[in-house]
Design a protein around this ligand. Structure first.
Ligand code: GDP
Ligand code: ZN
Length: 334
């Protein structure tokens, strides 16, 4: 007798098809027609990491009946649209990776932190390629990171000389799901391969021999490390946009959020108002200018995203009118 109602986890995602797995078996799966027709947005479709209910069919096929509530969801703004696109579900920890030599940038860390925080995922910072900088530069970079992000764990690694890899392994726990985010070329795949150890060769040869086919069809895949922890391959949030992150900004910029409570006006934008506690802290040097500027920038993006499409159209239209009036004004003047 086949078990009709089972739960499983989505471990790979292809165009319209999924691989799902539970302790008994691994299946090829598709969603029900009903799920497809009732889906209102991309978030109603399963993604890698999702726990789903399935009914088993013949020869290791299954139908996905529904998605169980998500613990966390990592999503990005779909390129050029207002829509959000889920990347992976139920990730416990996201490693935010930067290369110590060229990529190092605190503002970029802050941007990723905001997205990770909005997904309710725990962040850990990885500074990779430390073989390419001096010990002094490394200390300076670590100090800068710790100053700006007090509570976040930082691991310094080099895949080239393997330093920090053991420390990274200690951070990674059995049964948890991890992902690596960061710009292209910072070493995410190299770190994952290093962690996969023996699997590395297999993974690499598979991906080189069938590179094209694999990349054309697989969206995303979940790998199991030796200790039973899982890693999501390539979340690909290079062009990360700020979505639904109002609350996350409050968390990431905790000290600024505290200051805003002291502002004279409840709707203070902290840009030009009198009695603004944030501007006062900036002036006194208590708040760094770099952090302040990044806060204003990310907040603007988040506010813009939160606006309805109608509001956006109106804003764009009123801007258009302003430009037109200005053109008229210029003509009259000349
Ligand atoms: P990804 O795009 O983030 O996945 O980056 P890759 O893993 O593809 O790495 C990009 C390049 O950086 C490759 O040529 C790697 O060999 C190299 N690389 C990765 N980690 C290190 C490191 O720790 N030190 C040095 N020197 N090079 C590295
Ligand atoms: Zn203010």
């Amino acid at each position: 007798m086949r078990n009709q109602d089972q739960t499983a986890q989505v471990v790979a995602q292809y165009r319209g098809k999924y691989r799902v797995r539970n302790d008994k078996n691994e299946f090829w799966a598709e969603i029900t027609g009903k799920m497809m027709f009732t889906a209102e947005s991309k978030t109603d479709y399963p993604v890698v990491g999702d726990r789903v209910t399935i009914s088993e069919l013949e020869s290791n096929h299954a139908v996905i009946q529904g998605i169980l509530p998500r613990k966390t969801i990592l999503q990005r703004k779909a390129a050029g649209k207002d829509d959000v696109q889920p990347i992976a579900a139920n990730i416990d920890v996201a490693f935010i990776v930067q290369a110590a030599d060229r990529d190092f940038n605190l503002n970029r860390f802050e941007r990723y932190l905001t997205i990770i925080n909005a997904g309710k995922i725990e962040p850990v910072i990885i500074l990779n390629k430390i073989d390419l900088i001096s010990k002094m530069e490394l200390d300076e970079n670590i100090t800068q990171i710790k100053d700006r992000f007090r509570k976040i764990e930082v691991v310094a690694t080099s895949v080239a000389d393997r330093s920090g890899i053991e420390k990274l392994r200690e951070v990674i726990k059995k049964g948890k799901l991890y992902c690596f985010v960061g710009s292209s070329g910072v070493g995410k795949s190299s770190i994952i391969n290093e962690l996969l150890g023996k699997e590395l060769i297999k993974t690499k040869s598979i991906s080189t021999s069938t590179k094209k086919g694999r990349h054309a069809t697989t969206h995303r895949e979940l790998f199991v490390l030796e200790n039973g922890a899982m890693v999501v391959d390539n979340p690909g949030i290079r062009e990360v946009g700020i979505v639904n992150v109002g609350e996350a900004i409050i968390n990431v910029f905790g000290d600024i959020s505290e200051l805003t409570k002291e502002c004279k006006f409840a709707d203070c934008t902290h840009v030009h108002e009198s009695g603004c506690a944030v501007l006062a802290a900036l002036k006194s040097g208590e708040l760094s200018e770099a952090k302040y500027l990044n806060y204003i920038k990310l907040k603007k993006e988040a506010d813009y995203f939160a606006m309805s499409s109608l509001e956006k159209r109106q804003k764009n239209r009123s801007f258009g009118r302003m430009v037109k009036n200005f053109e008229k004004f210029k003509k009259k003047g000349s």
